[in-house]
Design a protein around this ligand. Structure first.
Ligand code: GSH
Length: 202
């Protein structure tokens, strides 16, 4: 398998899941601005949507959309315990959190990474991200170490990745103390550090 990624982008979640599951894989960086991969391939031929992550499967097919990739990795490597069995409430909870990050938190950051967003749009985005993180912080304030069943899952890989964008856009996370502890906890995992180092982020 090969993961197409951009350092620190949402593809980091898939990268973490691959490291945690000890899968056999390689990574290739993508410059999404010019739609070229590190080895010079036309990224448009890999993903016409022009975004990472993309997982190239053993048979040459390309799988896109972070939550789909994360669940594929987890289901292919059940011994890593990155997602509960389909049909269980725990699995539905994992989906619940993946969907929240993908449809609420992740897009709330978008104007903060956009060169064309106005100061007003950026201010509104900061407020919106803050509201999403208020909710996450509340969720984590019951003493749990990880989102579901107190066990690291693909939902944690994605929430950690999106939360870490606060550092890139100058949002001070210290007001969300439970979330800050959670981010430190996930960050200190051996495989997470390996993924961060491989992307040049640690
Ligand atoms: N719906 C897609 C969204 C993926 C996405 O937004 N990827 C961003 C990085 S987080 C990207 O590649 N953006 C293009 C760019 O940054 O130029 C998914 O969930 O995988």
């Amino acid at each position: 398998m090969k993961l197409y990624y951009k350092p620190g982008a949402c593809s980091l979640a898939s990268h973490i899941a691959l490291r945690e599951s000890e899968a056999d894989f390689e990574i290739e960086k993508v410059d999404t601005k010019i739609q070229k991969t590190e080895t010079g391939d036309d990224f448009q031929k890999i993903n016409i949507k022009g975004v990472v992550p993309v997982l190239k499967l053993e048979d040459g097919q390309f799988l896109t959309e972070g939550p789909a990739i994360l669940q594929y990795i987890a289901d292919k490597h059940p011994r890593a315990g990155l997602a509960a069995e389909p049909g269980t409430l725990e699995r539905a909870r994992i989906n619940e959190h993946l969907t929240y990050v993908s449809s609420e938190l992740h897009p709330a950051f978008a104007p903060l990474f956009s060169a064309s967003a106005t100061d007003e749009q950026k201010k509104a985005a900061r407020n919106k991200v803050g509201l999403k993180l208020d909710y996450i912080n509340k969720l984590l304030s019951d003493g749990r170490d990880y989102l579901v069943a107190n066990s690291f899952s693909i939902a944690d890989a994605y929430l950690f990745t999106a939360s870490s964008w606060c550092g890139f856009v100058g949002i001070d996370m210290s007001k969300w103390s439970d979330l800050s502890s959670y981010v430190n906890r996930v960050s200190s995992r051996e495989k997470v550090q390996i993924a961060l180092k491989a992307e040049g982020l640690a």
